[in-house]
Every structure is written in C-alpha cells, then in structure tokens.
Design a binder for this molecule. Structure first.
Ligand code: BES
Ligand code: ZN
Ligand code: ZN
Length: 494
C-alpha cells in the first residue's frame, strides 16, 4: 500500500472517510452544504451520534463517503487513531474498493500534545496492520474476492517532515508485526525450526545484523539437555538461533529471548481437542524477537541487541521424553519432567542460562506463549509481566500503554519461590500445588527465574494476546504480532 499526504481532500479515491468529534457542530458545512443538512437530520433522528467508532455512510457529489464518529476530543488517543483508521481500511476492503482518502490523522494531531511523529507512527500502524490478510491458502473465487488496499491519501496541512518520519517508522513497525502474523498463521508443517532458522539468516542483509546457529551436536557438547529433551519426540533437529544487531559502538546489551515451539502437542501429556488446534502459534515469541531485530535494524535504533530463538517441536513418539524423566539444564540444575506439556520453560531455561553465561547481557527479556493460566487471568488484551526490576517494569508498562501491546504485572512474592522445588531433583517443571495449575503463570515465572543469574530480567507471557480468536479493529483473528510494537517502543524510549 502506498501512502501519500496532501493538504486538502480531493475526493479522487474510491472512498472518503471524514472523522467527526462530538464537539463539532458544523457537521462539515464548509465541505459540502447538503452533507451538513443530511448529518443534522441523521443526528436529530438518532441515526448517527458521533460516538467513537460509529459509521454513517452517504454520498457527496456522487462520491462514496463515510462519516466516522471520533467521540469526545478529550478522550481521543493515538490508539483511537489506529482503531479509526483500521476501521476505514476494513470498511474499504469489505466494499472491495482499493483506495481511500481521509482527514482522520489530521483531526487527531492537535489534541493532547501528541507529537506529529507519534500521530504519523500510529496512523501507519493502523493502516498497515489493518490491511493484512492471510489469504495464501484460498483459491478461485475466495481468493479473487480478497482485495488489498493499494493507496491511502491522508490529509495533512501542517509541516510534513515530522509526520512523514512518523509514517515511515510506523510502516517499518507494522511490516515487522505483519511478518510475525505470517509466521504464526502458516501451518506448523511449513514453519519448522529450520524454516525459522532460514528466516533469521535472511536478516543478515540488514546493516549491523549477524546470525549464529547452534546445532544439535553443539547443544549436546554444551549440555543443553533441557531443549534436547523436549525435542526428543520430533524427527526434526532442534536449533538455537542467535541474531545479533550492533546499532551502537558501546553500551548495554539487551537480549530478547523468544519461545520457539513450532508445534506443541503437549507430548505424552497430550493436549485434548479444542486445546491443540492452534498450537502452531507456540513459536510466536521467537518470531516476535526476530521481527523486533528486523524493525530495529531498519529503524537504525542505536542499541546493541541479541535475539535468541530456541526452536523445536514438542511431539509424541517412541523416543519422546516421558513424565518422570530428569534432565540437567545448561546451568547444572536438574529438572524432573512432571508434565511434558510444560515444555516452554524447559527450552527457555537453557536459552536464558546459556545466553547470560555466553553473552553477558545487561538486560534479558523473554517473550513466550507460556501458560494457559495467563490466558485465564488476563485474556487476550494484556500479556503477563513478571520481573523484580522496578525500572524495567515501569519502562515496559509505559511502552505497552503507548504501543497498546499492553502488559500487566503479576507478583513474584517470596511465598512462591519454592513452588518449583523438586522432590528427587533440584526443580520440577510444574508446581505440585493445584496439579500445577494454581497461579500457573506465576509459578512458570518462578521456574524461569532460577535460570537467570545477574542480568536484569523480565518475563512476558504472551499466550493470550499473541493469537486472537476474533477480529479486532486493526488486528485480525489468528496471529497478532503482539510484542513487536511493545519491544520497539521500549527500545525507542531508551
Ligand atoms: N503452549 C502452552 C501454553 C498455551 C496455552 C499457549 C494456551 C497459548 C494458549 C504451554 O506449553 C502449556 O501447555 N502450558 C501448560 C502448563 C501446565 C502443564 C503447567 C498449560 O498452560 O496448561
Ligand atoms: Zn505445552
Ligand atoms: Zn507450549
């Protein structure tokens, strides 16, 4: 999709979207007299009320026009900008039209001290995220019906530099997010550990990016038995992929570690029907940290980053790991496998401890579709955040509010600390309390914390927001790319 800006609306595109705040009483009189009369009438008859998200469809000079309610000025936000533009894109696509023009970005710009960059970024995010559809497996008529938006014209009469800079940043961020959606939506028989390895290798064409792959043999030599144990039931070899981005000569190293189970059957603790179908999405964390490097490199963020992707399948076979098995992780701690479905924490245990020992990052942030318990607690609109570092909590929480990839902190009280202690081993991979499910998102975090030594660390459980079961205003059902915006906004804030 191409975006262009121009100081006035010219009604040259397939459809026009005009935003309107509740306080605006002129009802577009200066734009078109008969439109104002029609709107006055529609409002009187309660056919339209200007509440946020309400749409009123009409024609102006024979041109298809939709009035978009923007609600009260004081309640407007950059998220509402994303949503309003997302609605415009969805509406245009559903009418099988290919171009739109709108004044919504401009209307939002002089409210609440939003900077022109912020408005531009949010506008591009709303437009490009909403224009995504996973259509590659449709054929015939179904495929022909899918029309992408090819052109958007935004009215912008102010100085264009900062707005344009925001737009191009937003485009990069949305592109990276859409890449995660593709990787998550693609079936697990396509997106295998080596598929993700190849995707990572493609990033070396970006300035400052290099990739290292740890293969199975090296894992054996280094003692990464936890990931090896999980992958035992699979015919495909596990991979540990490191993507380095050098954006600064010196300074902190931030490691981003993403869970990369390309399919989670549960193993011998097999997942039942209704719980297993979407488990191709269990690599969302890995895809997210990879896409964050892509965005950071394209944005030229002046930071040193390391994305780490432990990749394997969790399957059942004659050679699969069994409940009761005991493995020794990279840091020497032994773990009894009390449940083969609690596999994410196992591969992260090795990834976290190996990364810290080898690269000495100052900060480690892991993203993982880790627990169903986190979905029970927070649903689909916030990720669980676990960290003892108050500063990191504050920064991630703020990045979440700005990007709307929101995180909500869960406690790591002392009383939880022994919940993962083993009976015949150092640790076990599920808590004995409540069959392993009580405070499940927290006890998973406690387990991970045993594999972090000195680094500042935050764990983000994205099991809910990474994969949606219904469409939103600018995100679709299926993969959402949750976490890319969170991490990029966090990095830009630093
Ligand atoms: N990948 C799942 C968690 C998950 C659940 C992600 C729902 C997305 C949606 C994870 O590996 C898992 O199965 N966790 C178990 C842990 C339990 C055995 C302690 C769970 O949540 O049931
Ligand atoms: Zn599992
Ligand atoms: Zn899993």
């Amino acid at each position: 999709m191409k975006i262009t800006i121009q100081p006035t609306l010219e009604r040259k595109q397939d459809i026009t979207f005009l935003g309107i705040f509740e306080e605006d009483n002129s009802n577009y009189k200066s734009y078109d007299n008969s439109l104002a009369a029609e709107l006055d009438n529609a409002i009187k008859k309660k056919l339209f009320s200007k509440k946020f998200g309400e749409l009123y469809s009409t024609q102006v000079d024979g041109k298809r026009t939709i009035i978009v309610g923007l609600g009260k000025k004081e309640e407007f936000s950059v998220e509402k900008m994303r949503k309003a533009l997302g609605k415009a894109v969805r509406c245009t696509r559903s009418l099988k039209l290919e171009s739109l023009e709108t004044n919504i970005a401009e209307l939002g710009h002089d409210l609440h001290q939003f900077s022109y960059e912020m408005v531009g970024r949010a506008a591009a995010e709303g437009l490009f995220l909403a224009n995504y559809a996973f259509t590659k497996y449709f054929s015939g008529e179904r495929l022909e019906k899918e029309k992408n938006l090819t052109w958007t014209v935004l009215q912008w009469s102010g100085s264009p530099e900062k707005f344009n800079a925001g737009l191009s940043d937003g485009m990069i961020i949305a592109d990276a997010t859409n890449m995660v959606k593709d990787l998550v939506n693609e079936p697990a028989s396509v997106v295998t550990p080596s598929y993700l390895e190849q995707a990572a290798k493609k990033l070396v064409s970006l300035k400052g990016v290099s990739v290292r792959i740890m293969e199975k043999d090296e894992m054996k030599k280094e003692g990464l038995q936890a990931i090896l144990g999980v992958s035992k039931g699979s015919d495909l070899p596990p991979k540990l992929v490191f993507i380095e981005y050098k954006g600064a000569k010196q300074g902190k190293l931030i490691a981003l570690i993403g869970k990369g189970i390309t399919f989670d059957s549960g193993g011998y603790n097999l997942k039942p029907t209704h719980y297993i179908e979407d488990m191709k999405s269990d690599m969302a964390g890995a895809a997210t940290v990879m896409a964050t490097i892509k965005a950071a490199a394209e944005l030229g963020i002046k930071k040193n980053l390391l994305a780490v992707m432990p990749l394997c399948e969790n399957l059942v076979s004659g050679s699969a790991q069994k409940p009761g098995d005991i493995v020794k992780a990279y840091n020497g701690k032994t773990i009894e496998i009390t449940n083969t479905d609690a596999e994410g924490r196992l591969i992260l245990a090795d990834a976290l401890s190996y990364t810290e020992a080898t690269y000495q990052p100052d900060i480690m942030i892991d993203l993982a579709t880790l627990t169903g318990a986190c979905v029970v607690a927070l649903g689909y609109h916030a990720a669980g955040l676990i960290s003892k570092d108050e500063e990191l909590v504050k920064e991630l929480t703020n990045a979440g509010l700005d990007s709307y990839d929101r995180v909500w902190r869960l406690p790591l009280f002392d009383e939880y600390q022994d919940s993962m202690d083993g009976t015949i081993s150092d640790l076990q991979n599920t808590s004995r309390k409540g069959k392993g499910y009580d405070a499940g998102a927290i006890t998973a975090g406690v387990f991970l914390s045993k594999f972090v030594d000195k680094a500042k660390w935050a764990h983000i459980d994205i099991a809910g927001p990474a994969y949606w079961v219904e469409d939103g205003d600018y995100l679709q059902k299926g993969g959402t790319g949750f976490g890319v915006r969170l991490l990029v906004y966090y990095l830009l804030q630093q």
